[in-house]
Design a protein around this ligand. Structure first.
Ligand SMILES: *[C@@H]1O[C@H](CO)[C@@H](O)[C@H](O)[C@H]1NC(C)=O
Ligand SMILES: *[C@@H]1O[C@H](CO)[C@@H](O)[C@H](O)[C@H]1NC(C)=O
Ligand SMILES: *[C@@H]1O[C@H](CO)[C@@H](O)[C@H](O)[C@H]1NC(C)=O
Ligand SMILES: *[C@@H]1O[C@H](CO)[C@@H](O)[C@H](O)[C@H]1NC(C)=O
Length: 960
């Protein structure tokens, strides 16, 4: 399949996410930061957990005023021991550094002691109450992790905003000053050179402060408990992070699977406004601008010129103003309504509110985006700078620098965001923000319950674990079976689907149109020999690029395709497989349709770059080679070489596709550029099997939907299985590999192992030769794989590790012995072993004893029980994978004009690898060194001169 276009006849989606009654859990929430704005977020989440029947205990400074069912408070602020913190409305580099320096090493250990000293906390630890889970805010203190450790409960961390400098390395999220937005600085994803230098310096400074802070927290903890591991180690045991952001606002960022975006759930349904405020807003002729600088800024510290600029601008604007301000406003202008406190969410939700003048705190920003109100941002501290920068990049608003603000500047900025086209764009983004397959709150709750259900699973990304020296090392048919399910689902939902492929349907429904390529090319089936060495790896490269080129030529020469391209019907989405050719991208470009990428396997080496996904030989599995996420040095060298080789071959083939396209169409941009414009990628894998990997928001894991329900077996096969006293083991090398090409010695080894084990065997085998007794080994050239794997008597699966069969095995919880041959099989086999689904054996190590050993290992009851657990986790998702795939396809059709790609894709290489920053630091050091050296030399000379002079003087005085 190359391309399919979908015309949306009707896009009516009925979402009904039904929550089955689940186990209820005992959950402890620990929110040790005193900021009310943070707690707003956690409160919405904790209340939802209690509403769903979980028994929630909350440790915070903000107890509920009214008692709530299933919600128990432990109030940390009962003696008012904490200090109230009001930040001045001023911005300077000095202020930023000082506030963070105080926040970490000073406030950290202080809060830590206060919490551990608390009587109620002490009682809780002594009570022996069992908790299934601890949820903790991860901001400036981590010492409450020790509470979770003492309770023996798994931990979920949570934020109420974007990532802080010390989060990155903890979760293996890559931080790069050139394109990752930085919380306390402006510049967003496109910083200037100076900003990159400042980011680099403060990033390391803050991380240093954080480690100082950890040491002092460790000292405090040791006053209370002996035998507790250091904080640094407890941090590594955190299962996952619920991150309060969403890519629509923060941009698509590289995140591992255990860092989950849940931004936006604190925004409640708007309530009625107070009478006078309502009247003030509704009686305005042109609309209302809402002004607020949040709760922790100290209004009276605003400098005079800023105040004058704001007041001057607001008086001049033909709008009414609602201003949250603690003091009287000079002159009491009559277009201004002032209040000490304002129902912010209800105001922003009012249709008459046309703009929001804000400091860009996370909550207000989120509420404004939710209701589609453009923002004029004036950031003052912390993450407000990053928020303001991103808002401007996404055109959700604009921002001003408080140190340079003037009346004229404010008026100009207000005029920009009040333009009708600007406001329309904000409304569009606001729709996108709310357009999610599962609401943010349901997502947060799902992953919370997930951790409680699978407390022993690790979700950590391997990048967070690898040693620094490795980190610095520089750097057929089975497809269509998968795609068909997805395409049929789109048809079933009423979309008008046109499919260009080699596999037309015989009896398609009315809204399914095939553009058939059938008969024009040989289909891959039972073709590949069952051997593996460097020669076969290299031949794969040839095979992939050659067949890609041929497909492209065949497709372009096809009459039906040419006819379609001439008619150019309007397509809302083009779905293009991301495999061995980008020819389809050219067609999609001609048709003018936004593109969704689709795979039926893990990423190809050339797919990483175009989506900005980092490929790193030290911890990212390499498609064609073994080693998984823990390769040896030799394997890493192998990977680097083959990665280069495969990409070179691919880019050469891509050039030829470009030439083929040029024969038919004018002006097709370079295919690699078109590839970078792909809106999103539906990736056929899931982290439970392949491990947590770094993906931007537009790469969506949807592995598993092709597995259908198992049907009962029939006839001879049924008899064979039912009569197997010790169960059966199923052997298959898939549809592409010819198992009868197995070398003789390996075949004998396998037959020897089969004879030695008590189980019966079923083998997909193409030739007619009998291998063993019919009662021991059942042979057939076609077998109902899903039905065999779904049968309870099937105990294990010997497989080549293709993604299709592996997915079916994990779905039914059947342990796998994987013998990878080619393609993605080596990395799938490594994933099978690493996830606990099975073990892998390489072809060259196939001996009878090894095979028997592998089967004995996976047939062990303990191993099998764990496989069942992995299988349950695999299916446990907030939304079914097929629904997810369809959802995001429709999403692109709904929001075709927006780009979703991460900033990393467009960052120049020299910035990506920090080249210029390194040069600056190196030259600074060099200059310093030379300067010091020169000074020293001069000083030495001078002192010599002085000494000599002294000598001479002495001599003189002696003489005289
Ligand atoms: C719920 O939590 C509270 C407070 O931690 C505890 O006292 C109570 O026993 C718990 N209830 C259940 C059913 O576990
Ligand atoms: C998790 O591991 C512990 C100790 O190894 C074990 O007792 C417990 O049963 C396991 N829990 C699950 C759900 O597998
Ligand atoms: C559906 O697609 C077919 C083939 O591309 C096209 O001829 C037809 O007009 C489309 N129907 C609608 C209702 O858009
Ligand atoms: C996308 O952009 C095109 C051209 O700029 C415009 O005609 C179209 O209305 C936009 N679509 C949406 C949904 O905004």
């Amino acid at each position: 399949m190359r391309l399919s276009g979908l015309v949306f006849v009707c896009v009516i989606i009925i979402k009904s996410i039904l929550f089955k009654p689940v186990h209820t859990y005992n959950i402890l929430g620990v929110f040790p930061f005193m900021g009310k704005s943070h707690f707003y977020v956690f409160e919405a989440y904790a209340k939802e957990l209690s509403r769903r029947g979980h028994n929630v205990t909350v440790l915070s400074y903000f107890p509920q005023k009214q008692p709530l069912k299933n919600y128990h408070d432990i109030d940390l602020g009962k003696d008012n021991k904490y200090f109230e913190f009001r930040h001045p409305i001023k911005v300077s580099f000095f202020h930023i550094l000082v506030s963070f320096t105080i926040l970490q090493p000073v406030v950290g250990p202080y809060t830590c002691r206060m919490i551990l000293e608390d009587d109620e906390v002490q009682n809780l630890l002594r009570s022996g109450q069992k908790f299934d889970l601890v949820v903790m805010e991860q901001f400036n203190v981590d010492c409450p992790l020790v509470i979770a450790y003492k309770l023996g409960a798994p931990v979920i961390a949570m934020t109420s905003g974007v990532l802080l400098p010390w989060h990155y390395s903890r979760y293996g999220v890559p931080y790069n000053p050139s394109y990752v937005s930085y919380d306390i600085f402006k510049g967003g994803t496109k910083p200037t050179f100076l900003e990159r230098i400042a980011r680099t310096l403060t990033y390391h400074y803050m991380n240093f402060m954080q480690s100082v802070c950890s040491t002092s927290e460790d000292r405090v903890i040791s006053d209370f408990f002996k035998d507790v591991p250091p904080i640094e180690e407890l941090r590594r045991q955190v299962k996952l992070l619920l991150l309060y952001q969403n890519f629509v606002v923060s941009g698509s960022q590289l995140l591992p699977s255990n860092v989950i975006e849940v931004g936006g759930f604190h925004v409640g349904i708007p309530k009625k406004l107070p009478k006078d405020l309502k009247a003030f807003i509704e009686e305005s002729a042109n609309g209302v601008i809402y002004v607020s600088f949040g709760t922790i800024l100290n209004g009276s510290s605003m400098q005079r010129y800023v105040y004058d600029a704001i007041l001057g601008a607001l008086k001049k604007l033909p709008y009414r103003i609602v201003w949250k301000w603690e003091k009287e406003i000079e002159g009491n202008p009559d277009n201004v309504y002032r209040g000490k406190w304002m129902p912010q969410n209800d105001i922003l939700a009012h249709p008459k509110v046309v703009a929001f003048f804000s400091h860009c705190g996370q909550l207000g920003t989120t509420e404004a985006v939710h209701h589609g109100v453009p923002i004029l941002g004036m950031p003052i501290l912390a993450d407000q700078f990053a928020n303001a920068a991103i808002i401007e990049e996404q055109r959700l608003g604009v921002h001003v620098d408080i140190n340079k603000v003037t009346k004229e500047m404010l008026l100009e900025k207000f005029n920009t965001i009040l333009e009708p086209s600007f406001r329309a764009h904000v409304k569009e983004l606001s729709k996108m923000w709310r357009d999610r397959p599962v609401t943010a709150l349901n997502t947060a709750v799902h992953w919370t319950e997930f951790v409680a259900r699978y407390p022993n699973a690790t979700f950590r990304s391997p990048i967070a674990e690898i040693p620094m020296y490795q980190y610095l090392c520089l750097d057929g048919k089975s497809h269509y079976i998968v795609h068909r399910i997805y395409l049929q689902e789109l048809v079933r939902r009423g979309h008008n689907v046109t499919i260009i492929s080699h596999f037309p349907e015989t009896n398609p429904p009315q809204n399914h149109h095939d553009v058939s390529l059938a008969g024009s090319i040989k289909i891959l089936e039972d073709d590949m020999p069952l051997v593996r060495n460097y020669r076969t790896v290299i031949s794969i490269a040839t095979f992939l690029t050659e067949s890609g080129r041929e497909n492209c030529e065949v497709m372009l020469a096809n009459k039906n395709v040419q006819d379609l391209m001439r008619r150019k019907p309007k397509f809302d989405v083009a779905v293009v497989e991301q495999f061995n050719s980008d020819c389809g991208l050219g067609l999609a470009h001609v048709l003018g349709a936004p593109v969704v990428g689709l795979t039926s396997h893990i990423l190809m080496p050339w797919t990483y770059n175009r989506f900005g996904i980092p490929y790193h030989p030290a911890y990212v599995s390499f498609h064609f080679l073994e080693g998984g996420t823990k390769p040896t040095l030799y394997q890493r060298i192998e990977r680097v070489l083959f990665d280069y080789y495969f990409k070179t071959r691919y880019y050469m083939a891509q050039k030829r596709d470009q030439q083929s396209l040029a024969k038919y169409f004018d002006d097709i941009p370079p295919l690699e550029d078109l590839a970078k414009e792909i809106k999103l990628l539906l990736l056929y894998q899931n982290f439970v099997l392949t491990g947590s990997q770094l993906f931007p928001a537009n790469v969506i894991e949807i592995g598993g939907y092709h597995v259908s329900e198992a049907k009962p077996l029939t006839g001879e096969l049924l008899e064979f299985v039912e009569e197997a006293e010790h169960g059966v083991i199923y052997i298959s090398f898939g549809s592409v590999i010819k198992s009868s090409t197995m070398p003789e010695d390996k075949l004998q080894a396998l037959l020897g192992a089969i004879s030695e084990l008590p189980q019966r065997f079923i083998w997909k085998w193409e030739s007619k030769t009998m291998l063993l007794d019919k009662n021991k080994l059942y042979l057939a050239d076609w077998l109902p794989q899903v039905d065999i794997l779904g049968h309870p008597k099937t105990l294990a699966f010997l497989s080549h590790g293709g993604m299709g069969g592996t997915t079916e095995a994990i779905h039914f919880g059947v342990p796998v012995v994987a013998v990878p041959v080619f393609g993605d099989q080596p990395s799938n086999a490594a994933a099978i072993e690493e996830s606990g689904l099975g073990v892998q054996l390489q072809i060259y190590e196939l001996t009878k004893d090894k095979i028997v050993g592998a089967f004995k290992k996976v047939l062990d009851p303990g191993f099998r029980a764990n496989v069942k657990e992995v299988s349950k986790a695999w299916s446990d998702r907030p939304m079914k994978p097929l629904d997810t795939a369809v959802y995001w396809t429709e999403y692109v059709a709904r929001h075709p004009n927006i780009t979703y790609k991460p900033a990393a894709v467009n960052t120049p290489l020299y910035q990506y690898i920090y080249l210029d920053i390194v040069i600056v630091f190196a030259s600074t050091l060099l200059v310093l060194f030379l300067f010091t050296k020169t000074c020293l030399t001069l000083a030495c000379k001078k002192s010599k001169v002085v000494k000599q002079k002294n000598k001479k003087d002495k001599a003189k005085s002696k003489r005289s």
